[in-house]
Design a protein around this ligand. Structure first.
Ligand code: SF4
Length: 465
């Protein structure tokens, strides 16, 4: 009982602190020797305009979560983690002792508890050593705990009926067309490898090639190249059984030479072409591939694609050259930026949404040493793109141990993520940008985007699809 009183005092305190916290927010950094819960609560007091739910979510995303054995057995009855592109785990499968890779859910929804959480959806990133741990509560309920203290209740999503079905060739639909974002987004990774290969070419935060190998080794059906026919067959079943999915993403690794005799645009464009021909306008079509020349981007638009994600990853020139060495060598930073702006002419600026991997600005050895420097740099990038009406978005960096950067280090400090959310929200507001299309409803309690809180911190809007 005293614990609840303590945390209700915290909530009241947080409200009272709102008027004074801003004055010293920039001057202080979180003490990294603090216990994780103290760090969250300190930041919640310092940044009262960021919902405490979003602060916990960012912390869970950067640290990952553990599962007790009995909680994991309950989770095994719900929608499982499909490993939709990367591992998004903080340990390799070989080090999971409870079969977490096959039993853990894709996402969970935190709600209620001592902080009175509004519902917030969090992607499941596995880390048996994390201070965050999902445990079984009373009567089969699940709780998220931090260092043994309850944070919120945990809800899970049922697997859609098509997750139990296969294509005519026997491949599970969960492999061909999994859903994330609480069912909102069909994630079509049509090429599970990347032709940027090895430490000199692969983006240093990315484990796509290594993850493919570990999944195959673990026995997961994991199709390396999905045919357009397989995608259409899966979507046929989904369209006839599902009313939740609203958007799809076609994506995969970069193609620097050819794949199946096709260039990058020839390979990837045929998927939205086939989908939109068969199901015109049924879903919001999104494509995540490299920044391509304008005439090639036009092909995606002509096919019916609504949103284009030429992922930029990190703003700082020096860090882009080091961390995204393959992209820098094949396309180059200045050209990548030029192509993003060209794409804005084709799609409309609000429909060009380059991803930043939030946190790699502070990775060692090349990254910024302080939160102030990292925030200043990424804010400059946000300002640049948003001044052109282009709205980047984030994936909170998961230091995957099979990636170059994730082998040796943990993620960025939590304060960096909290301040980034403010910079994102405030820069959008300064340029009067509407919430992005293709992400569902914005705002705490409504948002479904699970690998960053950027949608949770936007104001709610009535008419966003
Ligand atoms: S381009 Fe970079 S981030 Fe994208 S799949 Fe290849 S290595 Fe990964």
């Amino acid at each position: 009982m005293s614990f609840f009183i303590c945390h209700w005092s915290f909530v009241i305190c947080r409200r009272a602190a709102a008027s004074v916290a801003r004055s010293w927010a920039c001057a202080m950094h979180t003490d990294t020797t603090q216990a994780p819960l103290d760090t969250v609560e300190t930041l919640a007091l310092r940044y009262p305009d960021i919902p405490v739910e979003a602060i916990f979510k960012e912390d869970i995303l950067r640290r990952g979560m553990a599962w007790s054995r009995d909680a994991l057995e309950i989770a095994a009855g719900y929608k499982p983690k499909a490993y939709f592109i990367f591992s998004f785990d903080l340990v390799p499968i070989a080090e999971m002792r409870q079969g977490e890779n096959t039993k853990a859910p894709e996402e969970l929804r935190l709600v209620g508890g001592p902080y009175d959480f509004k519902p917030i959806i969090v992607s499941v990133r596995l880390n048996p050593s994390s201070p965050y741990r999902v445990e079984k509560g009373d009567e089969g309920s699940l709780l998220m705990k931090l260092d043994g203290q309850s944070v919120a209740g945990v809800e899970l999503q049922k697997a859609p009926s098509y997750y139990h079905r296969t294509l005519a060739n026997g491949k599970p639909i969960m492999d061909i067309a999994p859903t994330i974002e609480w069912g909102y987004l069909l994630y079509l990774t049509v090429f599970r490898l990347c032709q940027y290969f090895g430490a000199q070419e692969e983006c240093q935060f990315c484990d796509i090639n290594e993850n493919y190998r570990q999944q195959r080794k673990a026995g997961r059906p994991y199709t390396s190249v999905k045919s357009a026919e397989e995608i259409l067959e899966a979507l046929e079943i989904i369209a006839s059984t599902d009313s939740v999915s609203t958007a799809y993403t076609v994506t995969g690794g970069s193609i620097t030479s050819t794949l199946e005799g096709k260039s990058e645009i020839d390979f990837y464009a045929r998927y939205p072409e086939a989908i939109e021909k068969r199901f015109p306008g049924r879903w919001i079509g999104k494509v995540v591939i490299q920044a391509l020349p304008k005439d090639q981007v036009q092909r995606l638009r002509d096919a019916g694609t609504k949103i284009y994600h030429p992922n930029y990853e990190v703003w700082d020139r020096r860090l882009f050259e080091i961390i995204c060495a393959g992209k820098n060598r094949h396309i180059g930073r200045d050209e990548w930026i030029r192509r993003i702006l060209d794409a804005a002419d084709v799609f409309g600026p609000g429909n060009v949404i380059p991803n930043f991997v939030a946190g790699i600005e502070m990775s060692k050895p090349a990254g910024f040493a302080t939160v102030d420097e990292a925030i200043a740099s990424t804010s400059e990038g946000l300002d640049f793109f948003m001044s052109h009406g282009v709205s980047p978005r984030f994936t909170t960096w998961c230091p995957e141990p099979l990636s170059v950067l994730g082998r040796t280090q943990a993620g960025a400090p939590l304060e960096y993520h909290v301040r980034l959310l403010r910079a994102y929200r405030d820069t959008r507001a300064r340029y009067g940008l509407k919430p992005p299309q293709g992400y569902g409803q914005p705002g705490l309690g409504n948002a479904v985007f699970s690998v960053s809180s950027f949608m949770d911190v936007l104001p709610p809007a009535a008419a966003v699809q």
